[in-house]
Each structure stands twice: as structure tokens, then as C-alpha cells.
Design a protein around this ligand. Structure first.
Ligand code: PEP
Length: 255
């Protein structure tokens, strides 16, 4: 049985206006005929511009890389999930390893952000993943389990319809060192079981994306794994040719 695949670009803090224009001009075949999902999370500041450009493709959905755990009020410098849905953004990444490690975001904070985002109508891509040290000391499964149990605590089965998990081993993010399909599949299979244990059949059906040095030349074999439904892609998603190629691969695997 074929299943819908996801190609999600995380642009991090990259691109200026001119590069954004060039990106959309350079896309090939990223249009409403794609059978996969094609999403991009730019810098928050660029979301309105991307929404306008993406509308012309008839396909690409735009989301945020992070949100506040509050709807409104005295939270200087933060972005309300409600403001994002109001603009037309459809999802947010939550718990990216850079948010966890550089900005010290805790499981408790990420749980609040996830709950609020879902309540506000955003789809959430919840990121988990172990460091190199944790992998080498065989703690991968314990770490990922803890991030899921704490980060998704208190969610309902019904909310699973708006949730995706991204497994991103920290040692593979931006390093050029992709996990092997076997390494990724092993953790994805565990995540599937954990989600089923916590949220039943709805939890089992949550799409699980892999992230960490995904490129056009390694994406297809990752998507061939039974528990990998897509990619959360940083560096390669900035280039229109690579983004287009990654979408084409996800499209082929969705048919
Ligand atoms: C990411 O930003 O989530 C990521 C996986 O980056 P890269 O694809 O560059 O490793």
C-alpha cells in the first residue's frame, strides 16, 4: 500500500528576499500535481512573503520553526501561534534540537508549545533525537522515549490527526553524516510503537519524518523504510533544484 510522503524544508535563519525570489523561480514541478506534501518553514519574518509566493505554486504549505507557549500578551520577541494561523501558516516545528540545545527549551516548555499550537489549529512537527554521546552510550531509545513521553504528555487521541514526529539524530543534523536507513528505521519503529502505546491506533498512524543530512541522493532509500514517511530537511531545502528533486522523490513514493 502506498502512503502519502512529506517533504518539509527547514530554512533555519537563512535567505534574504532576493534569494527567496530566486528559489521560487528555480522550482521545477513543485505544483498541485504532486502527490506528496511539500512544506517550508522559513524565518518567522518571511512567513507572509512565503505565503504569497507559495500560493502561486498551488502546493507548498508554509509554517514556523518555533512558537511561543502563550497566545498573547507581554512576551517581547515571541511569536503567537494564533498570529500564525491568522496569517495562514499551517504548521510549526517544535523541539528542534537547535531550540533544545542553544535556547535551553525543556520538555515541559515544548509540551506547552505543542498543546497550545494544536489548540490554535496549527499542525505540529514534534522533533526528537539523541546526541552522538547518547548514541555511543546506547541511550538512543531511552532519550527518544523520554522526549516523546514528556513532550506529548496530556494530548488526546483526536489531536494525533494534526501531529507529525521528526526523528533527527543530533549528530546527523548539518554534518553531512546521514543515519543509515537501518539506523533510522530502528528508531522510527520504536517511535511507532511508543505512539501506539500512548495514543492507540491514532498514535500509530502519526507520520514520522527523518531529518539529518537528507539529500536528493539518499532520500529515496530512507523513504523505502516501512516507518519513514518523509523528510525534515535543512541545507538541501534551501536550493530550488534540490528542493524540487526531493519533492519529486517524495511524490514518486506517494503513488
Ligand atoms: C534540520 O534542520 O532539521 C536538518 C535536518 O538539517 P540538515 O538537513 O541540514 O541536516
Amino acid at each position: 500500500m502506498t502512503k502519502k510522503r512529506y517533504m518539509v524544508g527547514n530554512w533555519k535563519m537563512n535567505h534574504k528576499k532576493e534569494e527567496i525570489d530566486a528559489f521560487f523561480k528555480g522550482l521545477e514541478g513543485v505544483d498541485r500535481n504532486l502527490a506528496c506534501e511539500a512544506w517550508i518553514a522559513p524565518q518567522t519574518l518571511h512567513i507572509p512573503l512565503l505565503l504569497e509566493r507559495a500560493a502561486k505554486t498551488g502546493k507548498v504549505q508554509i509554517g514556523a520553526q518555533n512558537v511561543c507557549n502563550q497566545v498573547s500578551g507581554a512576551y517581547t520577541g515571541e511569536t503567537s501561534p494564533e498570529a500564525l494561523t491568522d496569517l495562514g501558516a499551517s504548521f510549526s516545528i517544535i523541539g528542534h534540537s537547535e531550540r533544545r540545545s542553544i535556547y535551553g527549551e525543556t520538555d515541559k516548555l515544548l509540551n506547552e508549545k505543542t498543546k497550545l499550537s494544536l489548540a490554535t489549529g496549527l499542525t505540529v512537527i514534534f522533533c526528537v533525537g539523541e546526541s552522538l554521546e547518547e548514541r555511543e552510550s546506547e541511550k538512543t531509545i531511552d532519550v527518544v522515549k523520554g522526549q516523546i513521553v514528556e513532550g506529548l504528555k496530556g494530548l488526546s487521541e483526536a489531536q494525533m490527526d494534526k501531529l507529525l514526529i521528526a526523528y533527527e539524530p543530533v549528530w546527523a543534523i548539518g554534518t553531512g553524516k546521514v543515519a543509515t536507513p537501518e539506523q533510522a528505521q530502528e528508531v522510527h519503529a520504536f517511535i511507532r510503537l511508543q505512539m501506539a502505546e500512548m495514543f492507540g491506533a491514532k498514535g500509530r498512524a502519526v507520520p514520522i519524518l527523518y531529518g539529518g543530512s537528507v539529500k536528493p541522493d539518499n532520500f529515496a532509500e530512507l523513504l523505502d523504510c516501512p516507518d519513514i514517511e518523509g523528510g525534515l530537511v535543512g541545507g538541501a531545502s534551501l536550493k530550488p533544484k534540490d528542493y524540487s528533486k526531493l519533492c519529486q522523490i517524495a511524490d514518486e513514493k506517494s503513488r
